[in-house]
Design a protein around this ligand. Structure first.
Ligand code: PMP
Length: 391
């Protein structure tokens, strides 16, 4: 807590919305400020010292972020967000789409990993298929019968942003690849909570946003396998990515930098590297696992609440609902007591439709949360129940 200016200023405030975005440690803000105070210039094209310093800062950040997932920097592009990267991929995958080709997703996808594919499906008359999420266990359901010769892309999240379940997607990715499908992993929810070693993931692309790993907005680490990026056209076109431009044609540079047209967000990249560095030093995983267990235990003990199932492995995120109260009313009550949770569909309307739930309350923990905060949260829920629920 003491390393987070926003939380320091208001010690009574409880922030339980880290799955949406993490609060930022001082070390990250300092790295960001230091970049702008000491090294800031535009990169790559610079013929002066400061431009070279900025280029070094960007490339060092890229290397640190690539290391974080066990990848080579040559295969990592920094995009503005997970949303931007998924849109870029959907538009540029090197596939000669035929009507009736299939894209396989899970029902737990964030809208960022549904809508770009929906758009593509409408354009080329493709079929979207969804792997169900088991309502009893919260695990990824059977997918074997959904994978077939028409499946061209499998794009799945590694963890639910609603329930916190970590899905066993590796067998799916491996089988999909063996079928010749392109495999994409939305790692936005898992990156802060599990060590990722890209070599064991069987994926052609893997993406996560830095603001969910204690960095800032404006940077998403996007791993692209060399066999994919080398044959894929840039997501956007513009300065810094061309070999040659004529009045009517252009040729692209032969490196992953071709996905970074225009002036890059070097400050956000530097901050992202500082964020993962901070996370690696803190290693909050074991403590957060205990805190989540405490939270779930308390929630289960309250008959008026139903906790969504989240399988056997989970991020420190939990969702619940009540038949007695609207999710939005629970969140508003907590907000009145200085506790920030999120209510709604969490940009995962397909999951909530499958499970026939209108809205749920989500509590998502971060490195700054404590057992005392969980106790105060539960006391506040109980106080609400005593006031409004028990008649
Ligand atoms: N996928 C998942 C699983 C997410 O949780 C989120 C963020 N809520 C996104 C994608 C989108 O990330 P961003 O808003 O940083 O683009």
């Amino acid at each position: 807590m003491k390393e987070f200016a926003l939380l320091r200023q208001n010690p009574d405030f409880i922030y339980f919305d880290s799955a949406a975005t993490c609060q930022v440690p001082d070390a990250v803000l300092q790295a960001y400020t230091a970049y702008y105070q000491q090294h800031h210039a535009n990169v790559h094209r610079a013929s002066h010292q400061l431009g070279r310093a900025a280029t070094t800062a960007l490339e060092q950040a890229r290397t640190a972020l690539a290391d974080f997932i066990g990848a080579n920097a040559e295969n990592v592009t920094l995009q503005a967000s997970t949303t931007a990267a998924l849109n870029g991929l959907a538009q540029q995958l090197p596939i000669d789409w035929q009507a009736g080709d299939e894209i396989l997703l899970s029902a737990a996808e964030h809208h960022a990993n549904i809508l770009p594919w929906q758009r593509l499906a409408q354009l080329h008359d493709l079929k979207l298929r969804y792997i169900p999420i088991d309502r009893q266990t919260g695990e990824l359901g059977a997918w074997q019968h959904l994978l077939n010769a028409r499946t061209r892309v499998v794009s799945v999240t590694a963890a639910s942003n609603v329930t916190g379940a970590i899905f066993d997607i590796q067998p799916l990715l491996q089988a999909a690849r063996e079928q010749g499908a392109i495999t994409i992993v939305d790692a936005a929810q898992i990156a802060a909570h599990s060590d990722i070693n890209i070599a064991s993931w069987h994926c052609d692309a893997l993406i996560f946003s830095a603001h969910k790993v204690y960095g800032l907005n404006g940077c998403a680490v996007t791993y692209l396998a060399p066999q994919l990026w080398s044959v894929m056209a840039p997501f956007q076109v513009g300065g810094g990515i061309v070999q040659q431009v004529t009045e009517t044609t252009a040729t692209w540079i032969d490196s992953i930098h071709k996905f970074e047209a225009g002036s890059p967000n070097t400050g956000a990249a530097v901050a992202a590297a500082a964020g993962v560095n901070w996370l690696q030093q803190q290693q909050p995983h074991a403590r957060l696992t205990q805190l989540r267990a405490l939270l779930v235990q308390h929630l289960h003990a309250r008959e008026w609440l139903s906790v969504l199932p989240s399988g056997t492995a989970h991020t420190p995120t939990v969702a619940f609902y009540s038949d007695n109260f609207q999710a939005y009313d629970i969140a508003a009550w907590l907000d009145q007591h200085n506790i920030a949770v999120r209510a709604g569909h969490h940009c995962a309307q397909v999951l909530l439709q499958h499970w026939q739930l209108p809205a749920v309350v989500r509590v998502s923990l971060g490195a700054y949360n404590t057992a005392d905060q969980i106790n105060r949260f539960i006391e506040t829920l109980d106080a609400g129940w005593a006031l409004f629920g028990s008649d």
